[in-house]
Design a binder for this molecule. Structure first.
Ligand SMILES: O=C[C@H](O)[C@H](O)[C@H](O)COP(=O)(O)O
Length: 281
């Protein structure tokens, strides 16, 4: 491995270990495990705590890679729909750890670089608390600055129409993701869908509009919440890789438990060997 690649790997590991140390408690029973290369270290950090710490916990995967990680580590696997009912409702996950492709100033995320966004969102919204883990390359003030496309999971049959609709919204070159080099043809998700990567100019935060709500989307520049709503209104789009809105703590005060997509904190391993923690204000 080159030294640049080693720096990135060690940054991911530092972030994951600190996030697990600060957010996983021995009293926790249901823990979401996201997808991607950083989450590998989350599982490593959990295993390092020993069976007396994690033995009573069940781990909920966000896709087939994550399921494999949980199994290989010898942790107890449970599917999202297998949580017990309490007062007629599926019990919430205590915490969920997941990676991100880009994180903005307000902890909105782009996810789906590894085509796992749909189950990731289902697990994130089922958790009381979502914690993002990443390396320094993922931090930016506005989404679509460094990671320039939004991954969108679509029904294959609808993909050509969705491409046209995205172009009409101002995404210049939306493209169906290929499975190359490992698979000829389209990238097929864990849910049997395809991914469209749709480029957009850097997204505005609600605070950028300062009362000019009608300006959202003007001149092809979108405010994040409005763009998310518009994308999800397109028939054929199953889910989008924008994680936005509010976090678990805010959901409680808003009376919207079970709808929180944003992390309460993002942990970024740095190239200097430290961890930069961005917490919700
Ligand atoms: O589809 C993949 C997921 O959203 C990942 O969590 C995201 O791409 C970040 O992955 P990594 O930790 O490999 O950068």
């Amino acid at each position: 491995m080159s030294s640049a690649a080693e720096l990135v790997e060690s940054a991911k590991k530092l972030a994951a270990f600190q996030a697990v140390d600060e957010h996983l408690l021995p009293s926790h029973r249901f823990v979401g495990i996201g997808s991607g290369s950083t989450v590998v270290y989350v599982v490593e950090a959990i295993v390092a705590k020993g069976p007396s710490f994690y033995g009573a916990m069940s781990f909920i995967p966000t896709g087939s890679q994550s399921k494999g990680l949980i199994r290989a580590a010898g942790l107890t696997l449970a599917n999202l729909d297998e949580r017990p009912l309490v007062d007629g409702r599926l019990v919430q996950l205590d915490v969920c750890f997941d990676g991100a492709d880009e994180v903005d100033d307000d902890l909105n995320l782009i996810k789906g670089g590894g085509a796992c966004l749909f189950q990731e969102k289902l697990v994130a919204v089922a958790a009381k608390k979502f914690v993002a883990v990443a390396d320094y390359r993922k931090q930016s003030s506005r989404l679509c600055t460094k990671w320039k496309t939004i991954p969108i999971e679509v029904l294959p049959l609808a993909a050509p129409d969705v491409l046209v609709r995205l172009q009409a919204m101002g995404s210049p070159t939306p493209a169906i993701r290929t499975g190359l080099p490992s698979k000829a043809g389209e990238c097929v998700t864990d849910n049997g869908m395809w991914i469209i990567d749709a480029p957009f100019p850097p997204l505005l935060l609600p605070k950028d509009l300062a009362g000019e709500a009608e300006g959202a989307g003007k001149d092809g520049v979108w405010e994040i919440n409005r763009l998310a709503r518009e994308l999800l209104s397109i028939p054929g789009i199953v889910e989008i890789g924008l994680f936005h809105g509010f976090n678990g703590a805010e959901a409680v005060s808003l009376g919207k438990e079970g709808q929180a997509q944003k992390p309460v904190a993002a942990y970024f391993g740095t190239a200097e060997g430290t961890v930069d923690v961005q917490r919700a204000k």
